[in-house]
Design a protein around this ligand. Structure first.
Ligand SMILES: Cc1cc2nc3c(=O)[nH]c(=O)nc-3n(C[C@H](O)[C@H](O)[C@H](O)COP(=O)(O)OP(=O)(O)OC[C@H]3O[C@@H](n4cnc5c(N)ncnc54)[C@H](O)[C@@H]3O)c2cc1C
Length: 193
C-alpha cells in the first residue's frame, strides 16, 4: 500500500483542515474496501464539507497526478468505492446539508446525507424520500444516485435516476423530487438487493 507524499497531505489539509485528512496506515486500510469482498489501495482519505472544497481537492489531485475516487458510506457491494490504484478517497459523509421545500415536494441535499435521515426529517411534513434500499440507515444519497439504488418502495414510486437531479448550487449538490404515487413508466434493471 503506497502512502501519500507529505506535500499532498499538507495541500489537502490546507483545503479541509488537518482533522479531515487521514493518511495513517490504519485509516488507509479501513477505507480500502466497501461492503463487498474486494480490497483496494487508498493513498489518502479526505472528508470535505463543501462543494468548493471538493473542487479544490480535485484540482490538487490533478496537480499531483493522483486519481480521485468518491465514497459515501461504503455500503456498496460491488467495489465501486474501492480504488484500483493508490488514490485519494473523497468521502462525502460530512456534506450532509438538507434544505426542504415541502410545498414543492423538493429537497436540496448534500451527497453525504444518510438516506433514512432525509425521510426522518420530512416525516412530520407528510412526505417521504421514495428510493429506500435496505441499507438506508447507513447509505448516502450520493451513493444511491451513483448506483441508482432502491428496493421495495421503488417499485411503487421511483428510482433515484427519476427523482434526483444534479444541482449547480454550491452547496448543496443534489436536488431530489418526491414523485406522486403513479407507477413508474420505465423498467429499471439495476440492483434490487
Ligand atoms: C445490508 C445492505 C443492504 C443493501 N440493500 C440494498 C438494496 O436494497 N438496494 C440497493 O440498490 N442496494 C442495496 N445495497 C447496496 C448499497 O447500500 C447501495 O448501493 C447504496 O446506494 C450505496 O450507498 P453508499 O453511500 O454506501 O455508497 P458507496 O458504497 O460509498 O459508493 C457506491 C458507489 O457510488 C459512488 N459514489 C458515492 N458517492 C458519490 C458521489 N457523491 N458522487 C459520485 N459518486 C459517488 C462510489 O464511487 C461508488 O462507485 C445494500 C448494501 C448492504 C450492505
Amino acid at each position: 500500500m503506497v502512502g501519500p507524499t507529505d506535500a499532498l497531505v499538507s495541500e489537502l489539509a490546507s483545503i479541509v483542515g488537518a482533522e479531515a485528512v487521514k493518511s495513517g496506515a490504519l485509516d488507509r486500510h479501513l477505507y480500502s474496501k466497501d461492503a463487498g469482498v474486494v480490497r483496494g489501495d487508498v493513498s489518502v482519505v479526505v472528508l470535505p464539507k463543501t462543494a468548493r472544497q471538493v473542487a479544490a481537492i480535485v484540482r490538487t489531485a490533478v496537480a499531483h497526478g493522483v486519481p480521485v475516487v468518491p465514497r459515501g458510506a461504503g455500503t456498496g457491494l460491488t467495489g465501486g468505492a474501492v480504488p484500483e490504484g493508490a488514490a485519494i478517497l473523497l468521502v462525502t459523509t460530512r456534506m450532509d446539508q438538507v434544505d426542504v421545500d415541502a410545498a414543492n415536494r423538493t429537497a436540496w441535499v448534500g451527497p453525504g446525507v444518510i438516506n433514512l435521515d432525509l425521510s426522518n426529517q420530512t416525516a412530520s411534513l407528510g412526505i417521504h424520500f421514495a428510493p429506500d434500499p435496505s441499507s438506508q440507515a447507513a447509505c448516502t444519497i450520493g451513493g444511491n444516485v451513483a448506483n441508482n439504488s432502491g428496493v421495495l418502495t421503488v417499485w411503487l414510486k421511483a428510482r433515484p435516476s427519476t427523482t434526483c437531479l444534479p444541482s449547480n448550487s454550491s452547496p448543496p449538490v443534489a436536488r431530489s423530487l418526491w414523485p406522486d404515487l403513479a407507477p413508474p413508466t420505465h423498467r429499471g434493471s439495476t440492483s434490487a438487493g
